[in-house]
Design a protein around this ligand. Structure first.
Ligand code: ADP
Ligand code: MG
Length: 484
């Protein structure tokens, strides 16, 4: 047994999401990414003495939305707290956050495991707070630069229980969180731009032990993949240290994406270093049952619900359902498409095939896709009616459709002269094949067993891949038998 197999990891993730509100958490400065440095600031976000914060209503709404989506308990009386620390990108000298009274407690996020199963990762809490400004230490040779546009941007911090066991599970968890916040339209989930950030708490212990080891918190990962890499590195490092007789000490480390390693940053602060106390400038925010009910009524269909619906009602495979629910806008388009065709499998194939390829090749999102769902449904219909084959549809008709969204697929197929000769040759050939291959049955038919027509029909349908026009096929079968 290798040393690594003797241990198991314990992982808890803290995810910060920046909310897509128009203004900041406690001030009406504009909340936008990428503005010129220090243009979206005000006396409040600059921490001028004598100014007073006000709570952003929309941020409360977003917190409640997320809480409901993960089945958390929503707190009625929300107190804010000051978390005091000194840093140049924090002009007030404290962050207004929630300490003892997070707006959400409990709840869970269900992740998909590689073996096809699912697992619930329980949540400890979700609380509201504000972002700090952004310090840049590598832009100027002599000075550190500070952009305070980000100071005061609304955040939700989602804290998981230490339920995650592997870096793969952490990857799946973050993928699920990102999908969820995007579905809810509360955060763009963009880790590269920092609008979703993750701190990974990692410890290891001997397998089967119930005493958690000391945890290390890893920061500065700018993609889900890098969180996974950081956790992998950290697990390995901790095991090797322990095996060499060293003791793991609680610390904060930073991930270096170039080397794939984590490096020591500082010993971990403890809560009392921050001198939390109730924020005296803000009254508690009261969330009523009525308000919660109102938000609940407006919740969109969530990715998991859509997934279940696609599997149960439309009979899609898990793979197709998960592919089609990855992105909300794709899921919505597909949902509309299946109200216009009953051939759900074909609808899924068109979405995951030609439609997605077209979007990728043209760097478009489905919002900019030229075709209405109805057009795809019409295309599926003429394939199912045997007017055109699947191959012709994807190689010839579809490429013309996206250029001429005003034309129906039937018009395009006619213009291209690709309509299958349904009344003739192709089908007659299949009929001949079916009849020619069964001389014994033909003789039985001739001897009076007329219901054998059904059997020949079945054969023809099979040969045509289900695409033969049944009326015409039956006519041809009878004619051909009578002539035989
Ligand atoms: P802190 O006070 O240091 O921030 P918390 O108790 O708030 O610690 O936990 C922060 C995160 O660390 C949570 O996601 C939690 O699940 C996780 N965590 C707690 N203990 C451990 C541990 N021993 N190993 C790994 N993760 C842990
Ligand atoms: Mg913490």
């Amino acid at each position: 047994m290798s040393i690594y197999e003797k241990y198991e990891a314990v992982i808890g993730l803290e995810v910060h999401i920046q909310l897509l509100t128009k203004s900041k958490m406690y001030a009406n400065d504009i909340n936008e990414y990428g503005a010129l440095p220090n243009t979206n600031v005000s006396v409040i976000s600059l921490g001028h003495p004598g100014t007073l914060p006000r709570v952003n209503k929309r941020a409360i709404e977003f917190a409640v939305k997320l809480g409901l989506a993960v089945n958390a308990n929503i707190r009625k009386e929300n107190q804010f707290a000051r978390k005091n620390y000194f840093y140049a990108d924090l002009p007030k000298g404290y962050q207004i956050t929630q300490d003892k009274t997070p707006i959400c407690n409990g709840g869970a996020i269900t992740i998909k495991l590689k073996n096809g199963g699912t697992k619930k990762v329980n949540l400890t809490r979700i609380h509201m707070e504000e972002d700090a400004g952004k310090s840049m230490h590598d832009q100027d040779a002599a000075d550190s630069l500070i952009d305070l546009n980000r100071a005061g941007v609304p955040l939700l911090e989602i804290v998981s229980e230490p339920d995650i066991k592997t870096s793969d599970e952490a990857y799946a968890y973050l993928t699920e969180v990102r999908k969820l916040v995007r579905y809810l339209d509360i955060c763009d989930g963009n880790m590269e731009e920092g609008s979703m950030r993750c701190d990974a708490n990692v410890s290891v212990m001997l397998k089967g032990s119930d005493a958690f080891g000391k945890k290390v918190e890893v920061k500065n990962m700018n993609s889900i993949r890098n969180v996974q890499r950081a956790i992998e590195f950290e697990i390995k490092r901790q095991i090797e240290d322990i095996e060499e007789g060293e003791e793991i000490t609680t610390a904060t480390r930073s991930f270096n994406a170039v080397t794939g390693e984590t490096v020591w940053m500082r010993d971990k602060e403890s809560a009392n270093d921050y001198r939390y106390f109730p924020e005296p400038d803000l009254q508690p925010v009261i969330v009523t049952e009525e308000y919660i009910a109102k938000i609940k009524a407006l919740l969109p269909e969530l990715p998991n619900e859509l997934f279940d619906r696609f599997v149960k009602e439309l009979n899609l495979t898990d793979y197709d359902a998960s592919n089609l629910t990855d992105t909300k806008s794709i899921a919505l388009y597909f949902s509309e498409l299946v109200t216009k065709t009953k051939n759900y499998k074909a609808a899924a194939n068109w979405m995951m095939g030609s439609v997605k390829s077209y979007l990728n090749e043209n760097a478009l999102t489905i919002e900019r896709f030229p075709l209405k769902a109805e057009r795809i449904a019409e295309l599926i219909a003429i394939i199912d009616e045997g007017k055109i084959s699947n191959t012709v549809a994807s190689l010839q008709v579809f490429p013309e459709m996206v250029k001429h969204p005003e034309k129906t697929p039937m018009q395009i197929a006619t213009d291209l002269n690709v309509i299958q000769e349904s009344n003739s040759d192709a089908l007659q050939e299949l009929v001949n094949q079916a009849i020619g291959g069964n001389p014994a049955k033909v003789a039985e038919y001739k001897a009076g067993k007329v219901n054998l027509v059904g059997m020949f029909m079945g054969e023809v349908m099979k040969l045509s891949g289900g695409k033969a026009d049944p009326k015409l096929a039956s006519k041809l079968v009878k004619e051909t038998l009578d002539k035989a």
